[in-house]
Each structure stands twice: as C-alpha cells, then as structure tokens.
Design a protein around this ligand. Structure first.
Ligand code: XIL
Length: 369
C-alpha cells in the first residue's frame, strides 16, 4: 500500500490554499532592467553594499530590477581615501564582486564632490593651488587606476553649479558652487578634474553630474542656463567630457514641464554629449492623500511625465537612487525626510519590495517608447 501523503503541520484548508496560490501565481513579471533593455534602454539603481550582503530580499530586488549599479556611498572620497594616501577599496569591491558575476556593470560616483570630502582633504586643498591640484591628481589617478577594469563610467565632478536665488539652498553669488577646489583653483578645477581623468584612462566615460535642473521653476531655469553655459565652455575648451548626468531628485511640490525638460536634454545633446538620468527619486509634497494608492498614483504620474520628457529628449540610461522606499535617503536622511511622521514613497518598490504605481509607470514608459 502506498504511504499516505500527509501534511502534518498544515490544516487541509491552508495546505490547499497554498497549493492553489502557487498554481495561480503568474510567472514573475520581467524586471525594469529587462523591460528597458528590450527597447534599448538601460535601467539601474543606486545600491548599498552592506544591504546586498545582509538583506536577501534587497539583493533579490536588485537582481530582478537593476541592470546597472551605482554605489550610494562606497565610491565617494571619504570612503575611498579617508586619510591621505590610505586608500580603501573594500566596500566598493564588495559591490563589484556582487555585480560582476551577474553581468551588472557598476558606474562610479563621484570623484570630485564637496560632500563626503574628508576634513584632511579640505584642509590640504586650502593650503594652496599646487597642493590642491596634487591632492586631486593623486585621488583621481589612484581611484581610476584601481577600478579601470571594472568601472567604465564615472561621475568626475558632482554638483559644480551653484543653486540660484529662490531655490531651497540658494548661493548668494557666483554661478559655480563655492567648494574647496573652487576656492583653491578657481573655475578651472572642473576642467582639471576631467583632464586628469582622461589622462588616466583614454576610453572611460567622463560625466558631469548635476541636480536642480529638472523642474519648471525660475531657479531651475537659471540653473539650467548655468549648467548649459558651463558645458558649452568645456566643449569649446576641448575638455574631455562625454556625458551630463541629471540627478532628478524630483519634488512633487514643483511644477514639471515636459517640453521644457525635453528641450534642455536636447540642448545638452546638441553639444555632442550623452545625457543620462543618474539619481531619480520623487519627493512627495508637504500634504499627501491619506491612502497610499492615491499617493503612489501622484508619484507615478510625475515619473511618467519625467520619463516621457527624458526619453523624448534622447536619454537612454536611467538610474533611480535606490529601489525600495525603506532604505531611500528620502526616508533615512533627516534633511530630506518628511516631517509629518510619514515616509516618502518615491522609489519603484515600497518598503516590502512590492512594485508600486511608479514601477508600473516606468515599465510602461520603457515598453511604449
Ligand atoms: C546621498 C546618500 O543617498 C545619503 O544617504 C548620504 O547621506 C548623502 O548622500 N546627490 C548625490 C548623492 O550625488 O551622492 C547623494 O547621496 C544624494 C544627492
């Protein structure tokens, strides 16, 4: 007599329900990476190496959705060179070791930036132009030499343009942001960083990354003008720049205009450069609807408009700044988190890794392009 098959721990009802559910479950829908790829786009996301190692659901989400990675912290100056000459690539290597066998390239972020810039470097750069240039050259050379086989795309300078009057963080004067390298070397520090990177690596993609140029406000308009004039000057001076990265930390509070943003992308591309979207996420407004589906719908509409505009302008590469709300800087960083106790829902996946309306809006934008 054949043994009777028994499910000792499941009541018959629950067992049948689970079996039924397993049968009814459709094959998992393709991730954003695959959907984008089918139309010639690349989709990726900022990743935290620590979470890849400790949260299997997080790693699975990246495996499913992200065709391209960018380290959220692990390639910043303060991580790679916390003390002068003491380079540490361990955290960055952990991300590369995860991505490489899975065929997921990593882009670099960021060589020269005024944040995540350690005190020793700030002090050294303030000693004078020769020292400042030497500190920059040593960092660029060592980082690019070490990563050259595994990272082929770097944000060389991040956030070089000053915020205009009217914005959240205006700067009183000057079109370039007041940074340690600007003070030491003047505006040519940007050209210098790109030339140093090119000297180190003749085929690396060199990117100028910027924020605050996406929306339809007077101060974003002014920042677009400043960025375009910076880029045009670099091109005229034959500075080796390949692409402009648009961060796209969008805010629902601000108006967004499809034709304005499409036009701006077109103006950058008319200079012979690629334009990529490097850090997309969406900050909800101060007052949000009570129910989450309604909130998610608003975020999704903004994502749809933004992608439509970017795609129309010729952007082919999109990264979100994280994938899942739970670990988004919009939730964890006090400067940008909500003050009403709610959490921003500005990424494609919610805190439990469920695909939200924003995910579907992005999938549609890629699939219908
Ligand atoms: C942010 C990280 O997400 C935060 O966790 C960190 O505290 C600060 O930096 N523009 C950039 C990114 O270029 O490097 C920033 O990342 C977000 C804004």
């Amino acid at each position: 007599m054949p043994p009777v098959f028994r499910r000792p721990f499941l009541g018959a009802g629950l067992g049948a329900a689970l079996a039924g559910r397993a049968r009814a479950q459709p094959a998992p829908e393709a991730g954003l990476h695959a959907i984008a790829r089918a139309k010639g786009f690349t989709f990726g996301a900022a990743v935290q190496g620590g979470l890849l190692a400790t949260d299997p659901s997080y790693a699975a989400a990246f495996e499913r959705e992200a065709g391209l990675l960018v380290p959220e912290f692990e390639a910043k100056w303060s991580v790679l060179q916390p003390r002068e000459g003491a380079f540490d690539f361990a955290l960055l290597d952990a991300i590369l070791d995860w991505g490489t066998p899975r065929g997921r390239p990593t882009r670099g972020h960021a060589l020269v930036w005024h944040e995540a810039f350690p005190a020793w470097a700030r002090e050294a750069v303030a000693e004078g132009p020769a020292r400042a240039r030497a500190v920059m050259a040593a960092h660029v050379a060592r980082v690019l030499a070490t990563t050259r086989l595994r990272i082929r795309d770097w944000d060389v300078v991040n956030e070089a343009v000053a915020d205009a009057p009217g914005s959240d963080t205006p700067q009183a004067e000057g079109e370039l942001r007041d940074t340690p390298f600007l003070r030491a070397l003047g505006p040519s520090y940007i050209d210098t960083a790109f030339r140093l990177a090119r000297e180190q690596d003749p085929t690396l993609r060199l990117v100028l990354n910027e924020y605050g140029v996406e929306e339809d406000t007077p101060w974003a308009e002014e920042k677009r003008r400043r960025l375009l004039s910076l880029v045009r000057g670099m091109v005229r001076r034959r500075v080796p720049i390949d692409a402009v990265g648009i961060q796209a930390h969008l805010q629902m509070l601000r108006p967004f205009s499809v034709p304005v943003f499409t036009g701006f992308v077109g103006a950058l591309r008319a200079e012979g450069l690629s334009v990529i979207v490097t850090e997309l996420d969406i900050r909800e407004g101060p007052a949000v609807p009570e129910d989450e589906p309604a909130r998610d719908q608003l975020v999704a509409e903004r994502a749809a408009a933004f992608l439509e505009a970017a795609i129309a302008g010729g952007v082919r590469t999109f990264l979100t700044w994280g994938l899942v709300d739970r670990y988004s800087w919009l939730v964890t960083e006090p400067a940008v988190a909500r003050r009403d106790g709610k959490r921003h829902r500005g990424l494609p996946l919610d805190g439990d890794y469920n695909r939200k309306a924003m995910w579907r809006a992005m999938a549609r934008a890629f699939a219908n392009a």
